[in-house]
Design a protein around this ligand. Structure first.
Ligand code: PHE
Length: 335
């Protein structure tokens, strides 16, 4: 009788080793180990044996039972591990995976002011200029003094400067224009110099439809021998046509800046025939050249500066310059 159970145990071990799922394991357990199973039946039948044979038969029966139990536990373990592996495989994220074409990709884009800045750089690079940069926090020397604006000069008031509480009062400030980059470039490089310097500038303006307290300018500086006002006018005309289109004209109007002499403001023509002010320009003042160690008898230069945000506003016919800083993606998506 016992041999039969032992054989059943071996068969059960084989089935458990091959079990493909937990149901199969439970099936074997029910059949051999449960309340109405083969072994439960065997245990009851031990009573029929001769008392001298019972202990031996009981021991072998328990052994066979233990083997089945061990095999069942092993099968459960194996299936659980496989299940874990499957789950991990299913949940694995492939970060290099490409989405199928059916999912529309939403690509970002450059901010319209950045696009304008890039295009401006391209236009001037095409005219032989290089791009220069300077710090956004400046000293009075670079923002004013070296640009021929001493501390008593009324022009200081017109810049609505934001000062920084570092050191002497009114000595450190957020640059109120990109003109300090002229000084930084001329201090380091000897002429001929042809640079443009785009960057952020700051004034105490309250934001409204045409002003932002943090805005962007681009500065241009050319220093060479025999440079004239005609070169300045020609350069501005060339840039305006390259940026806005061949049909757009430019003109200069007399104006005043302490760092240029003579000075002018420049306008561009609108389709309706009216003129729109774009920026300031002029011949670099001899004092500015001297302040940078450049001999004004030997070298002349012209400089210009204008707002990039304003330019983008004009180009795209935007009603309110504040749109540029609202971060409304519905607005920004249009460019
Ligand atoms: N820096 C002047 C401004 O911000 C513009 C300018 C630049 C004028 C260069 C002349 C020459 O108003």
């Amino acid at each position: 009788m016992i041999e039969g159970y032992e054989q059943a145990a071996v068969g059960a071990e084989e089935r458990l080793a091959a079990a493909a799922d937990l149901d199969a394991v439970s099936g074997v357990e029910r059949e051999l180990l449960g309340r109405r199973s083969l072994f439960a039946d065997a245990k009851r039948r031990l009573a029929d044996l001769a008392p001298g044979d019972r202990a031996e038969a009981g021991r072998r029966l328990n052994e066979a039972r233990a083997r089945v139990e061990t095999a069942a536990a092993g099968a459960r373990e194996r299936l659980a591990a496989a299940d874990r592996d499957d789950r991990h495989a299913a949940e694995r994220l492939d970060l290099t995976e490409r989405l199928p074409h059916t999912v529309p990709l939403s690509r970002g884009r450059l901010h319209p002011v950045t696009q304008a800045r890039d295009r401006l750089e391209d236009v001037f690079v095409g005219m032989g200029y290089t791009v220069a940069e300077g710090p956004e926090v400046e000293t009075a020397w670079y923002n004013f003094e070296a640009l021929n604006i001493p501390d008593w000069h009324p022009a200081r008031g017109s810049f609505d400067t934001i000062f920084v509480n570092l050191g002497e009062p009114e000595e450190v400030m957020l640059r109120s224009h990109t003109s300090p980059v002229q000084i930084r470039v001329m201090e380091k490089r000897k002429p001929p110099v042809y640079i443009v310097a785009p960057g952020r500038t700051f004034r105490t303006d309250t934001a409204d439809a045409t002003h932002l307290p943090a805005f962007n300018q681009i500065e241009g500086l050319a220093v060479d021998r025999n440079i004239t006002m005609g070169d300045l006018a020609g350069t501005i005309d060339e840039f305006v046509r390259a940026f806005f289109g061949r049909e757009v004209k430019s003109r200069l109007r007399p104006s005043y800046f302490p760092f240029t002499e003579p000075s002018a403001e420049f306008d561009i023509s609108r389709p309706d025939g009216s003129w729109l002010e774009l920026g300031g320009c002029g011949m670099v003042h001899p004092n500015v050249l001297s302040n940078c160690g450049i001999d004004p008898e030997e070298w002349q230069g012209f400089a210009f500066g204008f707002g990039i945000d304003r330019l983008a506003v004009m180009r795209h016919e935007i009603d309110d310059i504040r749109e540029f800083v609202n971060s409304d993606t519905r607005f920004l998506r249009q460019f």
